[in-house]
Design a protein around this ligand. Structure first.
Ligand code: NAD
Length: 537
């Protein structure tokens, strides 16, 4: 590496990292010279990074630079682009522990999950390194002699990425690595919640010798800031593809802008993910699955469990076991140990939104099964809490009972550690309840009955389904994405994402030496005599 990452950050309480934009192969300040601070979610006095607050002028410059670099990058052979992606993967392996510690420090994700997050970027790099040697087109038979047909995957041009902060390494890698591999140049507006990890990821890509102008990173805010400026650049014709991960509300705005420019954005949005437990399930396995997917990462995953749908015969026992496990959860400062199930809310906005859902549940008439609620403070905290509760925004895990499909609680993504219990009678009612929310990202069903498994797989409306596993758990070579309010049907990961960053180009090559017309000059060997159908009467 040209400059070792250790000189910039060591993952612990280093001096504040001075983040820069990255445009045209150079580190740059925002033109207006403004900056904002990224503070640690666990210790809000710990300033992890000082970050450029970019304006529309910075974003536009990055788009123009990316546009200028597009032709030569598209002309670079795909195996060579793949080799660069491979070097990015090697560097992430080398810096896995450091990067994991920065994820943990900046957004408050447990070290165990932070390492998983970074590993997903490694897996993605390895996958797309090899894809550089495939990126196949097809040879297609022509209906005429001396004519050959081919299809080619062509890059789209400048691909802009806008990402959320809860998966600051994995999700950007899902977008940036395949977009680059496919021959697009990139402008990335990372989340303002995780700019330091974005900066380090950018440094790794720079050091892997991604050519100048091919990858550009512009930091800043969303509405009224760099994020909004990205969308303005779509209207200005400077961007040919937008890939967005974030809330459904902002995703709709991205969709509107791209739609009027006749572009298909990739939209990976919110979720209200159902987890069904049927009467023939292994309850211990299902309780652990519900606990991890409902409360892990403080419920701040797009694939977090929302509606827990319990089959009546096992409902009481399941709730009893789940409550017992909730009482054992360890919450706290994830920078202080490895045993915490979850740490702080990533930011105040998420914390305050979570608190608001308590009123929503009361208005709905649902029943709280957990006894302590709201914000955890040093005066009011679980006995086994680790660290200084007032230094971050920590909240109690919440379990609601008596929830029905028509309640706001069942319909709304809360994005925090909350599970809402609905009771049903059998597989058919379970599927109906699981489909009650307008989202359709992930889903899970615990059962040992193969007929119920088949029914669930066929009946559930979701982009992803787990059988006897949690609502989480993406793998780098499986398609990731949702339907309904969770997205527009585009997919990340694996070979499927390649469709998002390429367009098909059909080419016909005629060597006949004369004009020959498809459909018209084709000899199918038929006589053109009408067939006598009278014998059929
Ligand atoms: P958000 O939509 O507020 O912000 C996401 C990104 O969009 C940030 O970079 C932000 O700066 C930018 N942004 C915000 N407003 C904008 C605007 N008007 N114009 C342009 N850009 C704008 O999302 P969030 O609340 O920070 O993240 C949590 C949400 O993300 C949840 O709904 C979660 O489910 C979702 N999410 C989805 C996935 C997925 O793959 N489906 C993954 C992670 C998170």
């Amino acid at each position: 590496m040209a400059r070792k990452l250790e000189t910039v950050a060591n993952g612990d309480f280093t001096p504040t990292v001075v983040v820069k934009n990255f445009i045209g192969g150079e580190e740059r300040e925002a033109k207006a010279g403004e900056r904002f601070e990224s503070v640690s979610a666990s210790h809000r006095v710990d300033v992890v990074g000082s970050v450029p607050l970019s304006s529309a002028a910075d974003v536009e410059e990055a788009c123009r630079v990316a546009g200028a670099a597009a032709a030569s990058w598209a002309a670079t052979p795909a195996p060579v682009r793949g080799a660069i992606i491979g070097r990015i993967g090697e560097a992430i392996v080398q810096y896995k522990e450091l990067l994991s510690r920065v994820v943990c420090r900046e957004i408050g994700k447990s070290m165990r999950e932070s390492r998983g997050e970074v590993q997903e970027a490694i897996d993605t790099a390895h996958f797309f390194q090899a894809e550089g040697r495939r990126l196949y087109g097809q040879t297609v038979n022509s209906e005429m002699p001396n004519k050959e047909l081919f299809t080619y995957r062509r890059p789209l041009g400048v691909a802009a990425m806008i990402t959320a902060g809860n998966f600051p390494m994995a999700v950007p890698s899902w977008k940036i690595l395949p977009a680059l591999l496919c021959g697009n140049t990139v402008v990335w507006k990372p989340s303002e919640d995780a700019p330091v990890i974005a900066y380090l990821f950018g440094r790794i890509m720079e050091d892997a010798r991604v050519p100048a102008g091919v990858l550009n990173i512009v930091h800043g805010s969303g509405a009224g800031g760099a994020g909004a400026a990205v969308l303005e650049c779509v209207d200005k014709g400077l961007i040919q593809k937008v890939s967005f991960t974030g809330s459904t509300e902002v995703g709709r705005k991205v969709g509107e802008v791209c739609g009027r420019n006749l572009q298909i954005p990739s939209l990976e949005l919110g979720g209200k993910n159902p987890l069904v437990v049927l009467r023939d399930a292994d309850l211990d396995v299902a309780v652990e699955g519900a606990l991890f997917s409902g409360y892990g990462t403080a419920g701040q995953r797009c694939t977090s469990l929302g509606n827990l749908i319990l089959d009546k015969p096992i409902a009481a026992e399941f709730k009893k076991r789940l409550l017992a496990r909730i009482s054992e959860i360890q919450i706290g400062d994830v920078t202080q140990g490895e045993d915490m199930l979850y740490g702080p809310m990533i930011n105040e906005r998420f914390g305050n939104n979570f608190l608001k859902h308590l009123d929503m549940g009361k208005e709905d008439g649902a029943t709280l099964l957990t006894t302590q609620h709201g914000r955890i403070t040093n005066e009011n905290k679980p006995a086994n809490f680790v660290g200084d509760a007032d230094a971050g925004f920590y909240v109690f895990p919440t379990l609601w009972d008596g929830v029905t499909a028509d309640m706001k609680l069942a319909q709304t993504e809360v994005f925090g550690p909350v599970i809402t219990v609905m009771e049903v009678d059998g597989i058919d009612e379970a599927i109906e309840a699981a489909n009650c929310a307008p989202y359709g990202l992930s889903s899970a069903c615990y059962t040992m009955n193969p007929t119920h498994i088949l029914k669930f797989k066929n009946g559930i409306r979701a982009g992803m389904t787990s059988i006897n596993n949690t609502t989480n758990g993406a793998e780098a070579h499986l398609p990731f994405g949702g339907c309904g309010w969770s997205g527009n049907g585009t997919r990340e990961s694996g070979v499927w994402v390649i469709d998002a960053y390429t367009r098909w180009h059909a080419v016909n090559e005629d060597l006949a030496g004369k004009l020959q017309l498809a459909q018209i000059d084709v000899d199918f060997g038929d006589t053109h005599e009408p067939t006598d159908m009278s014998a059929l009467d």
